[in-house]
Design a binder for this molecule. Structure first.
Ligand SMILES: CC(C)(COP(=O)(O)OP(=O)(O)OC[C@H]1O[C@@H](n2cnc3c(N)ncnc32)[C@H](O)[C@@H]1OP(=O)(O)O)[C@@H](O)C(=O)NCCC(=O)NCCS
Length: 158
C-alpha cells in the first residue's frame, strides 16, 4: 500500500527535440545502431544513409539527458513523407515514447503539407503503426535476409 506520508513519486519526464549538440547526434546514431543494426551483427555506420543530411530528426531525452527514443522523417516527393529509423531503448518500450516520436514526425509532415506518410514496418511492429492509423499496402523488403517488412501508409487530413 502507498504510504500517505510519502509524497507521490512524479512520473519521469522526457524531453522531445531535434538533436542539436555533437553529443546528442552521437547518442542518436548510437541508439539507431543498438536497436536496429547491432542485433543482426551489422557494423557501426550501417545505421546511417545519404538522406540523413536533408531529413528531419527527433529525439526524446530522459531527465539525465540520455537519448531513449529516436525517429526520422524525409520527403520522397512534395506530397509524400517517409518515416524511418524508429527506435526506442529496450528498457523504455511500451510507455508511449515511440508514439510521441511518431506524432512529432507526423506534425512535421503536416507542416510540409504532404498528403500522406509511408513507412516500411518490421512485421512485429505492424500493430504499433496500425494503432496510429497506418494501413498495410503490401510486402516490402527483407532486411539482412530475415527481417520482413511491410509497406504501410497513412493519409493526412488537410
Ligand atoms: C516499435 C517501437 C518504436 C514502439 O515504441 P514504444 O515506445 O514501445 O511504443 P508505445 O509505448 O508508444 O506504444 C503505443 C501502442 O502500441 C503498442 N505497441 C508498441 N509496440 C508494439 C509491438 N511491437 N507490437 C504490438 N503492439 C505494440 C503498445 O502496446 C501501445 O498500445 P496502447 O496505446 O494500447 O498502450 C519500439 O517498440 C521499438 O523501438 N522497437 C524495436 C525497433 C523497431 O522494430 N523499430 C521499428 C522499425 S519499423
Amino acid at each position: 500500500m502507498p504510504n500517505p506520508d510519502e509524497p507521490a513519486r512524479k512520473p519521469e519526464e522526457f524531453t522531445l527535440s531535434e538533436p542539436r549538440t555533437a553529443q546528442e547526434w552521437e547518442s542518436y546514431f548510437d541508439l539507431r545502431w543498438r536497436v536496429l543494426r547491432e542485433p543482426w551483427g551489422q557494423p557501426r555506420g550501417t545505421e546511417r544513409d545519404d538522406l540523413d543530411a536533408e531529413s528531419f530528426h527527433l529525439i526524446l531525452r530522459d531527465s539525465a539527458g540520455a537519448v531513449v527514443a529516436v525517429g526520422r522523417l524525409h520527403l520522397n516527393s512534395p506530397s509524400e513523407a517517409q518515416v524511418r529509423y524508429m527506435a526506442v531503448d529496450e528498457s523504455h518500450r511500451g510507455r508511449g515514447l515511440g508514439s510521441r516520436i511518431l506524432s512529432g514526425l507526423e506534425d512535421r509532415a503536416r507542416s510540409e503539407r504532404v498528403t500522406g506518410v509511408v513507412l516500411n514496418a518490421r512485421d512485429n511492429t505492424i500493430q504499433f503503426y496500425r494503432r496510429h492509423g497506418y494501413c498495410v499496402e503490401g510486402p516490402a523488403d527483407i532486411l539482412f535476409g530475415e527481417v520482413r517488412h511491410f509497406r504501410m501508409r497513412k493519409d493526412l487530413s488537410p
